[in-house]
Design a protein around this ligand. Structure first.
Ligand SMILES: [Zn+2]
Length: 237
Protein backbone atom coordinates (compact mmCIF):
# COMPACT_ATOMS: atom_id res chain seq x y z
CA UNK A 1 0.00 0.00 0.00
CA UNK A 2 1.17 3.53 -0.75
CA UNK A 3 0.61 6.25 1.82
CA UNK A 4 1.30 9.92 1.19
CA UNK A 5 1.88 12.34 4.08
CA UNK A 6 1.53 16.01 3.12
CA UNK A 7 3.00 18.26 5.82
CA UNK A 8 3.44 22.02 5.73
CA UNK A 9 6.61 22.19 7.86
CA UNK A 10 9.40 19.87 8.98
CA UNK A 11 8.27 18.22 12.27
CA UNK A 12 4.51 18.35 11.49
CA UNK A 13 4.73 14.84 10.05
CA UNK A 14 6.19 13.48 13.32
CA UNK A 15 3.88 15.48 15.58
CA UNK A 16 0.74 14.46 13.70
CA UNK A 17 1.38 11.05 12.15
CA UNK A 18 4.73 9.82 13.52
CA UNK A 19 3.40 6.72 15.29
CA UNK A 20 1.06 5.80 12.45
CA UNK A 21 3.85 6.18 9.86
CA UNK A 22 5.95 3.76 11.89
CA UNK A 23 3.06 1.32 12.01
CA UNK A 24 2.72 1.43 8.21
CA UNK A 25 6.43 0.97 7.54
CA UNK A 26 6.61 -1.96 10.00
CA UNK A 27 3.93 -3.49 7.81
CA UNK A 28 6.17 -2.90 4.73
CA UNK A 29 3.88 -0.23 3.32
CA UNK A 30 5.51 2.53 1.27
CA UNK A 31 5.18 5.91 2.99
CA UNK A 32 6.21 9.08 1.17
CA UNK A 33 6.53 12.34 3.08
CA UNK A 34 6.33 15.70 1.30
CA UNK A 35 7.15 18.85 3.23
CA UNK A 36 5.91 22.03 1.59
CA UNK A 37 7.39 25.06 3.40
CA UNK A 38 10.92 25.55 4.71
CA UNK A 39 10.08 25.75 8.43
CA UNK A 40 12.38 28.76 8.73
CA UNK A 41 10.75 32.17 8.76
CA UNK A 42 12.24 34.51 6.20
CA UNK A 43 14.45 37.03 7.96
CA UNK A 44 13.86 40.52 6.71
CA UNK A 45 15.93 43.68 7.03
CA UNK A 46 15.81 45.53 10.34
CA UNK A 47 13.45 48.05 8.75
CA UNK A 48 10.88 45.26 8.49
CA UNK A 49 8.55 46.97 10.96
CA UNK A 50 8.06 49.78 8.49
CA UNK A 51 8.58 47.80 5.35
CA UNK A 52 6.77 44.62 4.51
CA UNK A 53 8.77 44.01 1.34
CA UNK A 54 11.45 41.35 1.31
CA UNK A 55 14.90 42.78 1.70
CA UNK A 56 17.33 40.16 2.86
CA UNK A 57 21.04 40.90 2.98
CA UNK A 58 23.56 38.30 1.89
CA UNK A 59 24.68 37.36 5.43
CA UNK A 60 21.11 36.72 6.57
CA UNK A 61 20.34 34.84 3.38
CA UNK A 62 23.34 32.52 3.93
CA UNK A 63 22.30 31.92 7.56
CA UNK A 64 18.71 31.15 6.52
CA UNK A 65 19.92 28.66 3.91
CA UNK A 66 22.08 26.95 6.56
CA UNK A 67 19.11 26.69 8.94
CA UNK A 68 16.93 25.23 6.20
CA UNK A 69 19.58 22.62 5.34
CA UNK A 70 19.91 21.69 9.04
CA UNK A 71 16.15 21.32 9.43
CA UNK A 72 15.97 19.13 6.32
CA UNK A 73 18.73 16.94 7.76
CA UNK A 74 16.68 16.66 10.99
CA UNK A 75 13.63 15.70 8.92
CA UNK A 76 15.55 12.98 7.05
CA UNK A 77 16.96 11.58 10.31
CA UNK A 78 13.49 11.59 11.90
CA UNK A 79 12.00 9.90 8.81
CA UNK A 80 14.68 7.21 8.98
CA UNK A 81 13.61 6.33 12.52
CA UNK A 82 10.04 6.03 11.26
CA UNK A 83 11.21 3.74 8.45
CA UNK A 84 10.86 6.31 5.65
CA UNK A 85 13.54 7.12 3.08
CA UNK A 86 11.16 8.74 0.56
CA UNK A 87 11.02 12.37 1.71
CA UNK A 88 10.73 15.43 -0.51
CA UNK A 89 11.02 19.16 0.26
CA UNK A 90 9.27 21.80 -1.83
CA UNK A 91 10.91 24.79 -0.07
CA UNK A 92 7.87 27.09 -0.20
CA UNK A 93 7.95 30.30 1.89
CA UNK A 94 7.36 29.53 5.57
CA UNK A 95 4.09 30.71 7.11
CA UNK A 96 3.44 32.57 3.88
CA UNK A 97 2.00 29.87 1.66
CA UNK A 98 -0.84 32.35 1.15
CA UNK A 99 1.56 34.25 -1.10
CA UNK A 100 1.03 31.47 -3.63
CA UNK A 101 -2.27 30.87 -5.35
CA UNK A 102 -4.35 27.88 -4.33
CA UNK A 103 -3.98 26.62 -7.90
CA UNK A 104 -0.17 26.56 -7.68
CA UNK A 105 -0.31 24.37 -4.56
CA UNK A 106 -3.04 22.16 -6.02
CA UNK A 107 -0.88 21.60 -9.14
CA UNK A 108 2.06 20.54 -6.95
CA UNK A 109 -0.12 18.02 -5.11
CA UNK A 110 -1.64 16.73 -8.34
CA UNK A 111 1.84 16.18 -9.76
CA UNK A 112 2.93 14.22 -6.64
CA UNK A 113 -0.25 12.10 -6.70
CA UNK A 114 0.13 11.33 -10.40
CA UNK A 115 3.68 10.05 -9.94
CA UNK A 116 3.32 8.33 -6.55
CA UNK A 117 -0.28 7.10 -6.91
CA UNK A 118 -1.17 6.80 -3.20
CA UNK A 119 -4.31 5.13 -1.92
CA UNK A 120 -4.24 7.01 1.41
CA UNK A 121 -3.32 10.62 2.15
CA UNK A 122 -2.69 12.21 5.53
CA UNK A 123 -2.66 15.99 5.74
CA UNK A 124 -3.38 18.84 8.13
CA UNK A 125 -6.73 19.57 9.69
CA UNK A 126 -8.83 22.51 8.63
CA UNK A 127 -9.41 23.17 12.35
CA UNK A 128 -5.97 24.67 12.75
CA UNK A 129 -4.60 28.08 13.64
CA UNK A 130 -1.68 27.92 11.20
CA UNK A 131 -2.26 29.47 7.79
CA UNK A 132 0.02 27.02 5.93
CA UNK A 133 -1.77 24.06 7.53
CA UNK A 134 -5.19 25.30 6.43
CA UNK A 135 -3.97 26.13 2.93
CA UNK A 136 -2.50 22.64 2.53
CA UNK A 137 -5.74 21.05 3.72
CA UNK A 138 -7.78 23.05 1.19
CA UNK A 139 -5.37 22.35 -1.66
CA UNK A 140 -5.37 18.62 -0.84
CA UNK A 141 -9.15 18.44 -0.90
CA UNK A 142 -9.16 20.19 -4.27
CA UNK A 143 -6.35 18.10 -5.75
CA UNK A 144 -8.11 14.86 -4.76
CA UNK A 145 -11.62 15.82 -5.84
CA UNK A 146 -13.45 12.61 -6.68
CA UNK A 147 -13.36 12.54 -10.47
CA UNK A 148 -13.56 9.13 -12.23
CA UNK A 149 -9.73 9.05 -12.42
CA UNK A 150 -9.23 9.66 -8.71
CA UNK A 151 -7.57 6.72 -7.00
CA UNK A 152 -7.10 8.21 -3.53
CA UNK A 153 -9.46 6.12 -1.44
CA UNK A 154 -8.99 7.77 1.94
CA UNK A 155 -7.98 11.17 3.25
CA UNK A 156 -7.27 11.73 6.91
CA UNK A 157 -6.57 15.01 8.68
CA UNK A 158 -4.08 15.01 11.53
CA UNK A 159 -3.67 17.35 14.47
CA UNK A 160 -0.47 19.30 14.94
CA UNK A 161 0.37 19.90 18.60
CA UNK A 162 1.25 23.61 19.09
CA UNK A 163 -1.16 24.67 16.38
CA UNK A 164 -4.40 22.68 16.11
CA UNK A 165 -5.32 22.98 19.79
CA UNK A 166 -5.04 26.78 19.68
CA UNK A 167 -7.73 27.22 17.06
CA UNK A 168 -10.49 28.34 19.44
CA UNK A 169 -13.39 27.72 19.19
CA UNK A 170 -13.20 25.37 16.18
CA UNK A 171 -11.69 22.34 17.80
CA UNK A 172 -10.27 19.20 16.23
CA UNK A 173 -12.91 16.41 16.35
CA UNK A 174 -11.31 13.07 15.49
CA UNK A 175 -13.26 9.99 14.47
CA UNK A 176 -10.40 7.66 13.50
CA UNK A 177 -7.85 6.36 16.00
CA UNK A 178 -4.66 4.39 15.49
CA UNK A 179 -3.15 2.33 18.29
CA UNK A 180 0.46 3.51 18.63
CA UNK A 181 1.22 1.80 21.96
CA UNK A 182 4.20 0.06 20.34
CA UNK A 183 5.21 3.00 18.12
CA UNK A 184 5.10 5.87 20.62
CA UNK A 185 8.78 5.37 21.50
CA UNK A 186 9.73 5.74 17.81
CA UNK A 187 7.59 8.87 17.52
CA UNK A 188 9.36 10.47 20.50
CA UNK A 189 12.79 9.32 19.24
CA UNK A 190 12.03 10.79 15.80
CA UNK A 191 11.00 14.08 17.42
CA UNK A 192 14.32 14.15 19.29
CA UNK A 193 15.99 14.69 15.91
CA UNK A 194 14.30 18.10 15.66
CA UNK A 195 16.63 19.57 18.27
CA UNK A 196 15.60 23.18 17.66
CA UNK A 197 11.86 22.53 17.61
CA UNK A 198 11.50 20.73 20.95
CA UNK A 199 10.38 22.86 23.92
CA UNK A 200 10.08 22.40 27.67
CA UNK A 201 6.89 21.03 29.21
CA UNK A 202 4.10 22.26 29.29
CA UNK A 203 4.69 23.47 25.72
CA UNK A 204 2.73 21.20 23.32
CA UNK A 205 5.97 20.37 21.49
CA UNK A 206 7.65 18.79 24.52
CA UNK A 207 8.30 15.05 24.84
CA UNK A 208 6.12 14.86 27.93
CA UNK A 209 3.19 16.53 26.16
CA UNK A 210 3.45 14.24 23.13
CA UNK A 211 3.20 11.29 25.48
CA UNK A 212 0.26 12.85 27.32
CA UNK A 213 -1.57 13.54 24.03
CA UNK A 214 -1.06 9.94 22.86
CA UNK A 215 -2.31 8.60 26.19
CA UNK A 216 -5.23 11.03 26.26
CA UNK A 217 -6.41 9.85 22.81
CA UNK A 218 -5.82 6.33 24.04
CA UNK A 219 -8.38 6.92 26.78
CA UNK A 220 -10.90 7.93 24.12
CA UNK A 221 -10.57 4.70 22.15
CA UNK A 222 -9.34 2.06 24.61
CA UNK A 223 -5.68 1.93 23.56
CA UNK A 224 -2.70 2.64 25.78
CA UNK A 225 -1.55 5.28 23.30
CA UNK A 226 -3.14 6.57 20.10
CA UNK A 227 -2.95 9.08 17.29
CA UNK A 228 -6.24 10.69 16.34
CA UNK A 229 -7.46 11.72 12.89
CA UNK A 230 -10.48 13.11 11.15
CA UNK A 231 -11.61 10.95 8.28
CA UNK A 232 -12.19 13.60 5.63
CA UNK A 233 -13.30 11.34 2.78
CA UNK A 234 -13.45 7.65 1.98
CA UNK A 235 -14.30 6.18 -1.41
CA UNK A 236 -15.11 2.48 -1.58
CA UNK A 237 -15.31 0.73 -4.93
ZN1 LIG B 1 3.40 23.28 10.74
Amino acid sequence: MKILVLAAHPDDEVLGVGGTIKKFTKNKDHVKIVIFATGILARRSSSYNNNTKYKIDEKTSTLTKKQITKLQKNAKDAAKILGVSDIEFLDLPDNEMDKLTNLEIVKEIEKIIEIFNPSIIFTHSNSDINIDHRILYNATITATRPTPNNKVAKIYAFETPSSTEWNFPNTFSPNYFVDISKELVSKITAMEKYVDEIREFPHPRSFETLEIIAKRWGTVCGFHAAEAFQLVRELKK
